[in-house]
Design a protein around this ligand. Structure first.
Ligand code: G6P
Length: 366
């Protein structure tokens, strides 16, 4: 009810602003990195695996897609990420030395549970879930678990569940890295310091809301939008596009920035805003040269850049600068303004933000 919403217009906005607390709660019990954060016997399991297979749906699939970059670059463990509804029916090659990781806010998504059971039936006994509901079917079904502490999420479009999943997946990356001899004590201390800084860092990003609102008024008049990112931020571009389409009904798609010239460039007009998650200057320079090609057609570039970048707004190029430069945890910060952009664009269009048409919070039937 209205009392629970406090100063917020919708649950989604409230949940976006709860992220500093949700992340702090998710990290609360962490005093150091160890496999046992994921349950008794986790060390034995982590020692026995040499591959990770992540299974999830929707926004949870995008947190998994982000984690692939961490798992490969930090823990040096080959990782694949599959959409649960595809994996469960695909004729794949099972490997018993795989850690099967499911990601789910609800822990009740039918396709993700079926994909987990399919993996196990194929001969992959090691299962772990990153889940927001301790009493869910998913937690019961998996050998190991990390429970995110986002609290109840009511808005259909997932926000605080996503960022807390990323925190859980980063902890998993560090625990696997440690087991595999890839994490020095100095690295561990630095990563923990960066994790503990997250609530403050997210709070500072939330303060960009007025700048994002100004952009959302432009977006609300469009019917299409393109999101670009590279590396770790490509899944964040995908998540930004998903948020926008789910609640504002604007057609949005995401591309890895380097693919722009292999197709989507043909779509760019004054009517097609291009949102770019671009933490560093090298990528920005490449993008600016891509954008020169579309300037003549009025293409508008909306860039979220880090605090240490030199890029300035100019005609056709709009920049919101993030307060800091974030390193490996950058995706957790960069998704926040994209959540706000989708939220305020949807508000400007007057949609039912917390209950978008045709969508359900939890898809418990196939
Ligand atoms: C639905 C929700 C999404 C969610 C997805 C997966 O589509 O609307 O917000 O990401 O299900 O749900 P899960 O509970 O498994 O994370």
């Amino acid at each position: 009810g209205a009392a629970e919403l406090g100063p917020y217009r919708h649950y989604m906005q409230k949940e976006i602003f709860e992220q500093p607390t949700a992340i702090a709660n998710t990290l609360e019990a962490i005093t150091g990195i160890s496999p046992e954060l994921f349950g008794d016997g986790a060390y034995r399991v982590f020692k026995d695996v040499d591959k990770v297979l992540i299974l999830a749906c929707g926004t949870s699939y995008y947190s998994g897609s982000t984690a692939k970059y961490w798992l490969e670059s930090i823990a040096r463990i080959p990782t694949s990420v599959e959409i649960a509804s595809e994996y469960r029916y695909r004729d794949s090659v099972p490997d018993p030395k795989t850690l099967v990781v499911t990601i789910s806010q609800s822990g009740e998504t039918a396709d993700t549970i079926a994909a987990l059971k399919h993996a196990r039936a194929q001969g992959m006994p090691h299962t772990l879930t990153i889940c927001n509901v301790a009493t869910s079917a998913m937690v019961r079904e998996c050998e190991l678990a990390y429970i995110t502490r986002a609290g109840a999420e009511i808005g259909v479009a997932s926000t605080k569940a996503f960022t807390t999943q990323l925190v859980g997946l980063f902890l998993l990356t560090l625990a696997l890295a440690q087991t595999r001899g890839q994490l020095s004590e100095a690295d561990e201390a630095q990563h923990l310091k960066d994790l503990r800084h997250l609530p403050v860092a997210v709070q500072a990003v939330l303060a960009l809301e007025p700048q994002v609102i100004a952009w959302s008024e432009e977006f609300a008049r469009k019917e299409n939008a393109l999101f670009l990112g590279r590396g770790l931020h490509y899944p964040i571009a995908l998540e930004g596009a998903l948020k926008l389409k789910e609640i504002s009904y604007i057609h949005a798609e995401a591309y890895p920035a380097g693919e722009l010239k292999h197709g989507p460039l043909a779509l760019v007009t004054a009517e097609m805003p291009v949102v770019t998650v671009a933490p560093n200057d090298a990528l920005l320079e490449k993008l600016k040269s891509n954008m020169q090609e579309v300037r003549a057609r009025g293409g508008q570039l909306y860039v979220f850049a880090d605090g240490d970048t030199a890029i300035e707004s100019e005609p056709g190029l709009h920049v919101i600068r993030m307060p800091e430069h974030y390193g490996a945890l950058s995706p957790i910060l960069h998704v926040v303004p994209l959540q706000l952009l989708a939220y305020h664009t949807a508000c400007a269009r007057g949609t039912d933000v917390d209950k978008p048409r045709n969508l359900a919070k939890s898809v418990t039937v196939e």
